[in-house]
Design a protein around this ligand. Structure first.
Ligand SMILES: Cc1cc2nc3c(=O)[nH]c(=O)nc-3n(C[C@H](O)[C@H](O)[C@H](O)COP(=O)(O)OP(=O)(O)OC[C@H]3O[C@@H](n4cnc5c(N)ncnc54)[C@H](O)[C@@H]3O)c2cc1C
Length: 381
């Protein structure tokens, strides 16, 4: 009775009764009207007027999505002396290219580049914006998505669209144990970055025509507060992503010295040396040689996996190679499931034998690749 009186007194005084249920207010989130958004925009990345391969690969994938959505494929090229790249983007699949060509934009810096992207996105209103998951792409995409704001799925390995024009951006999650498909339902544009080597570029088609639309730089030189003073080139940098032949080694090598054997084979074939994370973590070789989920994704014509077991985190980075040759003393090693040629045995006997055979055949008037394949076939047979 006392409690009832206290509750009545509280209510009369404008305070909620102690046992009164909290009021639930219905919050209605209006879905903004995105009906005026259309088209797919690929941000082309370049350095010294040379495009990153991933940009053309994204135009290839973007073309497929644009066809499915019955929409336009656009590219945005930013830089200095990049007019030819705009034309190239058309040859590589773009219908329309926005071109911001200015001396101040020679070097990438977040603010001027993101301002231009934001201006183009506000004007063009694309449904989807894609860029490479490179150092620059990751920085730029993050800055744009935060500013808009919209969702961003980083490091995608698959892209698709559903019947509602939603981008299905898939990326490995939980140490590659699952593929997570991420959608951005409430915001536009839908944004994603994708790794180099995952998608295929279209063949260059010089008969393609398209429109090039100039875009003004959104900041003057004196408004740009950061300056690039100089680039320090990494002396021992290995370019795995562009390599046509990779000779990769793993924990089976047992130490850093046997990488010299792999280097010999790579030199004989005109390739470069790669590695598994186990070899990198052991300090036998530098991180820029690492292939896999936390290293580079590669798509060479020929990939040697030597003393590498074939863990899923490694395989995800090299499974799209044209020809895979695995050398492992364990016949049940998972790497043999993705290999086109499997050689069961001791790498210390097999690798020098292949190198010797390649060198001998290279003295004949044969090209490197047939020589390599013949040598492998002879050794595995
Ligand atoms: C989040 C996460 C991210 C990762 N990212 C990566 C990545 O980017 N790249 C990557 O590679 N790994 C990555 N890993 C690690 C991965 O799970 C494996 O541990 C690693 O790939 C194993 O390297 P390995 O095959 O060289 O070594 P092991 O698995 O130890 O295999 C060594 C192989 O060498 C063979 N061998 C031994 N001696 C000889 C010999 N004399 N001759 C022939 N064969 C021999 C053995 O039979 C064995 O199959 C990641 C793991 C996690 C959890």
């Amino acid at each position: 009775m006392e409690a009832e009186q206290a509750a009545a007194a509280n209510t009369a005084a404008g305070q909620p009764a102690a046992d009164a249920k909290p009021r639930r207010e219905k919050i209605v989130v209006d879905t903004p009207d995105f009906s005026d958004y259309s088209g797919i925009l690929i941000v082309v990345e370049q350095r010294a007027s040379e495009a990153k391969k991933v940009s053309w690969q994204l135009l290839g994938e973007g073309r497929k999505l644009a066809q499915k959505m019955d929409t336009e494929l656009m590219a945005l090229v930013i830089g200095s002396d990049v007019g030819e790249l705009a034309q190239e983007a058309i040859y590589r699949g773009a219908d329309k290219v926005y071109l911001c060509d200015s001396e101040e934009l020679r070097d990438y810096r977040t603010r001027p580049y993101s301002r231009i992207c934001l201006h183009v996105i506000a004007t063009v209103k694309p449904e989807i914006v894609l860029m490479g998951a490179t150092y620059v792409g990751r920085d730029l995409a993050g800055a744009i998505a935060t500013h808009l704001p919209t969702g961003l799925t980083a490091d995608c390995t698959q892209l698709d669209v559903d019947e509602n024009r939603l981008l299905l951006a898939s990326r490995p999650a939980f140490s590659e144990k699952m593929l997570a498909t991420i959608m951005c339902k409430q915001y536009k544009p839908q944004m994603a970055t994708a790794r180099s080597g995952v998608f295929l570029a279209l063949p260059r088609d010089q008969s393609r025509t398209g429109e090039i639309i100039p875009v003004p730089a959104q900041m003057s030189a004196d408004e740009i507060v950061t300056q690039v003073l100089k680039f320090l080139e990494q002396t021992e940098h290995v370019n795995l992503e562009d390599a046509e032949i990779i000779v990769a080694g793993g924990r089976g090598l047992g130490g850093p010295e046997p990488f010299a054997l792999l280097q010999d084979l790579a030199d004989a074939l005109g390739g470069v040396v790669g590695a598994s994370r186990a070899a990198v973590d052991a300090g036998w070789i530098g991180h820029d040689h690492q292939v896999g989920q936390t290293g580079s994704t590669v798509r060479p014509k020929l990939y040697f996996a030597i003393g590498i077991s074939g863990a899923v985190q490694h395989v995800v980075g090299m499974q799209n190679s044209d020809v895979i040759v695995a050398i492992n003393r364990d016949p049940d090693a998972p790497i043999f499931k993705v290999a086109n040629f499997g050689i069961v045995g001791d790498l210390f006997a097999i690798v020098p034998a292949i190198t010797k055979a390649v060198k001998e055949r290279r003295q004949l008037p044969f090209a490197a690749k047939p020589a390599a394949m013949e040598a492998v076939a002879a050794t595995s047979g």
